[in-house]
Design a protein around this ligand. Structure first.
Ligand code: KIV
Length: 275
């Protein structure tokens, strides 16, 4: 037995087991994206439970219109610097576009993110078709978050950023995909831009924690892109985003207000949800 490094300075590092306990206890999980060490440390101190290095860095850091141009080297660089700011938060890193076309390529790239960046989990944008990839990663000891609903890496296929799972057939398919991905070994499901009743139904059917973005209050936790909730991102704010800088005075106070609002269930409010 050896002393676990993450416990040496007293900060209890969150694990998958801690997140499952939160789901079981009905405690909402507060998640945000980060792309650098300073914001990572701020989020960690403010009590954010999960920090994600999202490939949204393609939009908010690199200025692209989509996440498609983001490559593995970008993810490794930003994850390495974010990891230095984290003590308590569970740490997830996105697999970028075309980094998981086959189980073998997915494993090579996931291993790189875990070994070179310190990721505790990788996230990939999945449908039922990605079950083989999730299974292979799971068999090789890689924790996976499966991202369903709007999958921004597919934007050119989808023809825009639209709510997914509307209508009985699409809703049935998303529930089926969530169950298939859980069975394949996904440890967290993330739902983006999904009608609130469907998201709540999926959350009740799967055992793993479900994190939502634009998926209503009936999920186990919420995530937002940091630059959106701090009102840094230029342009029209999506309906599901609340500007937490309003009345906060500082980024730290805004993030603390976000954690509080997720935990006390005042965010998301009805005006942030889709039917
Ligand atoms: O890339 C990202 O930031 C994400 C969030 C929108 C969940 O996937």
């Amino acid at each position: 037995m050896y002393t676990q490094p993450e416990k040496r300075d007293g900060a209890e590092k969150l694990t998958l087991a801690s997140l499952s306990k939160m789901k079981a206890a009905g405690e909402k999980i507060a998640c945000l994206t980060a792309y650098d060490a300073s914001f990572a440390a701020l989020l960690d101190h403010a009590g954010v439970d999960i920090v994600l290095v999202g490939d949204s860095l393609g939009n908010v850091i690199q200025g692209h219109a989509t996440t498609v141009p983001v490559i593995m080297d970008d993810m490794v660089y930003h994850s390495r610097v974010v990891a230095r700011g984290l003590k308590r938060a569970f740490f997830i890193v996105d697999m970028p576009f075309m980094s998981y076309p086959t189980p073998e390529r997915a494993l090579d790239n996931a291993a790189r993110l875990m070994q070179q960046s310190g990721a505790q989990m990788v996230k990939l944008e999945g449908s039922g078709h990605q079950a083989d990839i999730v299974r292979y990663l799971n068999e090789n000891g890689v924790p996976v978050c499966a991202h369903l609903g709007l999958r921004p890496q597919n934007v050119h296929k989808l023809g825009g950023f639209k709510v997914q799972g509307r209508g009985a057939a699409a809703a049935r398919q998303m529930l089926k995909d969530a169950l298939a991905l859980e069975k394949a070994g996904a440890d967290i499901i993330l739902l983006e831009l999904v009608p609130q009743t469907l998201a709540a139904r999926i959350t009740a059917k799967v055992k793993v924690p479900v994190i939502g973005i634009g998926a209503g209050p009936g999920v186990d936790g919420q995530i937002l892109v940091l630059y959106d909730m701090l009102d840094i991102t230029p342009g029209r704010r999506p309906k599901f985003v609340r500007n937490f800088m309003q009345g906060a005075g500082s980024p730290r106070a805004a993030v603390e207000a976000y954690v509080k609002a997720v935990k006390d269930k005042s965010y998301p409010a009805p005006e942030h949800c889709f039917d």
